[in-house]
Write a protein that binds this ligand. Structure first.
Ligand code: ZN
Length: 330
């Protein structure tokens, strides 16, 4: 028997940017081309049974069973892409999905540092130019912030992963968490101004979903869950800070009408610790998702540690045969 025939298996696929990328102003942004998204939906509709979050939660509560080849779509980070390019396609084909916006960009219309970094990276073909600019800033701040020499940081962080080159990972890690908070915000803003735009407000307004759009999506049966306030690495926050973040996410979900029957969470960067899981349980969240790569087995996995696949793990056109992950996991 195919292991995915068992009804406790759930393939969760995560998405971030989904937009017409080629020929756009930000043609280097790491995201999914809109036509590839549509091709992937065809593939998924052919080989899987897409389930709603309501169905997944009912299954975890033991009230319903999942169909064979169950698959859940999860769209992270609350981009307006999801309203403009994803939502119409989902509605047209009757496909349910879950969406995970962070609170601050949605409500305050402010850029998250993580997305400033994506667009800095997308505005420069030669990543060494960016590394040089970053290292110049670090060198200038070295004494006042008591920083390590640059070669120490490069040794620690210039390591490619399955999606990015060593240079890109170095820039991301330094600006995401390796440098002191105040300094990395300052450098990120400076580089965003130099390489992207000085008008962060207008950029944020265009980039992120707003509350009205989320309410429309909820009214059409889409699920919205928590994804931090400022997209925090929760494992780097102490317990009381995590409690505040989760409480603020909950108030936000209440305010847009997303929390009446059940609540879910998606850890920013997939990062969490034991405190996070305890807070999830205490605050009444039904499940939470990580970025660990794999297919979830609801009978086996901790419901606050569900693994996911990335869109890049699945074909982007309607392949007649089921490929990649499902076969690899046999
Ligand atoms: Zn995210």
């Amino acid at each position: 028997m195919n292991i995915l025939d068992a009804t406790s298996f759930l393939t969760i696929v995560s998405y971030h940017y989904v937009r017409p990328i080629r020929d756009s102003k930000y043609a280097l942004i790491k995201g999914l081309e809109k036509t590839d998204f549509e091709g992937q939906m065809e593939y998924i509709m052919r080989h899987y049974n897409v389930v709603s979050m309501e169905h997944v939660v009912a299954s975890i509560r033991g009230e319903e069973q999942l169909p064979q080849m169950a698959l859940l779509l999860a769209f992270d980070d609350g981009f307006s892409d999801h309203y403009l390019h994803v939502f119409p396609h989902l509605v047209e084909h009757g496909i349910p999905a879950a969406f995970y916006p962070s609170v601050s960009p949605t409500v305050e219309r402010k850029m998250l540092d993580v997305h400033k970094i994506h667009f800095i990276l997308a505005c420069e073909t030669n990543k060494m130019t960016l590394v040089d600019s970053l290292n110049e800033h670090i060198e200038q701040a070295r004494e006042s912030f008591d920083l390590e020499p640059i070669h120490v940081y490069e040794k620690d962080f210039k390591k490619p992963n399955r999606f990015d080159s060593g240079e890109v990972i170095y820039i991301k890690r330094m600006l995401q968490h390796a440098l002191p908070d105040v300094l990395r915000t300052e450098i990120t803003d400076n580089m965003f101004g130099k390489f992207v735009t000085n008008d962060q407000g207008a950029f944020a307004d265009e980039l992120y979903l707003n509350e009205e759009q989320l309410k429309i999506m909820i009214a059409e049966g889409m699920h919205v869950g928590g994804h931090g306030v400022h997209h925090e690495w929760l494992n780097h926050c102490d317990k009381s800070h995590q409690e505040t973040i989760v409480r603020d996410c909950r108030s936000f979900l209440d305010s847009i009408g997303a929390s009446s029957q059940f609540m879910t969470f998606c850890y920013p960067y997939g990062a969490y610790n034991d405190d996070t899981k305890a807070i999830m349980e205490r605050d009444g969240f039904d499940l939470a998702m990580t970025t660990e790569v794999g297919i979830a087995d609801l009978a086996f996995h901790d419901r606050y540690m569900l693994p996911r696949l990335d869109t890049n793990d699945l074909p982007k056109s309607c392949e007649p045969e089921i490929v990649t992950w499902t076969r690899n996991l046999m």
